[in-house]
Ligand binder design. Structure first.
Ligand code: DX5
Ligand code: ZN
Length: 226
């Protein structure tokens, strides 16, 4: 099987919100996607940015937007992000009673559809829904805040998903989010992830673009050996 090149998606949650456009441009030539964390203070306790910021930022960069909605009632809000030009819109399984219907709505609005699985949610009940999705985001922390410590045993879900995706020949990215850094990305890649969100590891570095390239190299090497 040919291994697709890994995706590295810096999370602007760790960027300086007063200089967002500049912070995005700092990774423009290094990143594959830009990960945008939308939190509503209900699904998670934290509050971040919403549609108006995403709309403004869309005009400031060529990078594809990987929007991660940590919100309640995604059926009401998610299609707006697709309309705003997001490349991929991911919503949480825990927040949606009909994930397949919303995936269809997102695809008809021109975006890819992503399903996110939080720390305490098992993956098994969702495996059969995966043909309706383009990305599966497996949290490697509890969703809500950046800068948390990576939880290694959550990679068991990545392994289960990878086996399912490969045996079913599904065309799906398996993305990990939370605590991804130079000392954790290889184990995530070996477990079967092929898209990697990194906030602190990118924007906490002196040179964010260089940090992205370093992460990609580590992931590439681990995927080639996996
Ligand atoms: C947290 C967000 C993550 C966050 C990751 O709920 O979904 O995308 O930005 O931050 P780090 O890479 O610092 O763990
Ligand atoms: Zn995220």
């Amino acid at each position: 099987m040919t291994v697709p090149p890994p995706i590295v998606a810096p999370s602007i949650l760790a960027a300086d919100f007063a200089r967002l456009a500049e912070e995005v441009r700092a990774v423009e030539n290094a990143a594959d996607w830009l990960h945008v964390d939308v939190m509503d203070n209900h699904f998670v306790p934290n509050l971040t940015i919403g549609l108006p910021v995403v709309q403004s930022l869309r005009a400031a960069t060529e990078l594809p937007f990987d929007v991660h909605l940590m919100i309640e009632d995604p059926r009401r809000w998610a299609p707006g992000y697709a309309d705003a030009g997001a490349y991929n819109v991911t919503f949480h399984a825990e927040a949606c009673d009909d994930p397949v219907a919303l995936a269809k709505d997102l695809r008809s609005a021109g975006a890819k559809a992503g399903l996110a699985i939080d720390r305490d949610t098992p993956i098994e009940p969702y495996l059969e829904l995966l043909p309706s999705f383009d990305t599966l985001l497996i949290m490697t922390i509890k969703a809500g805040f950046g800068g948390q410590r990576f939880v290694p045993h959550l990679l068991d879900k990545v392994r289960t998903a990878r086996r399912h995706v490969d045996s079913g020949h599904l065309d799906l990215r398996i993305e990990v989010d939370g605590g991804i850094a130079a000392d954790t990305i290889e184990q995530a890649a070996e477990a079967g992830a092929d898209a990697f969100v990194a906030g602190t590891a990118v924007y906490g570095a002196d040179d964010p673009a260089e940090a992205v390239r370093r992460l990609r190299n580590l992931a590439e090497r681990a995927l080639a050996g996996a």
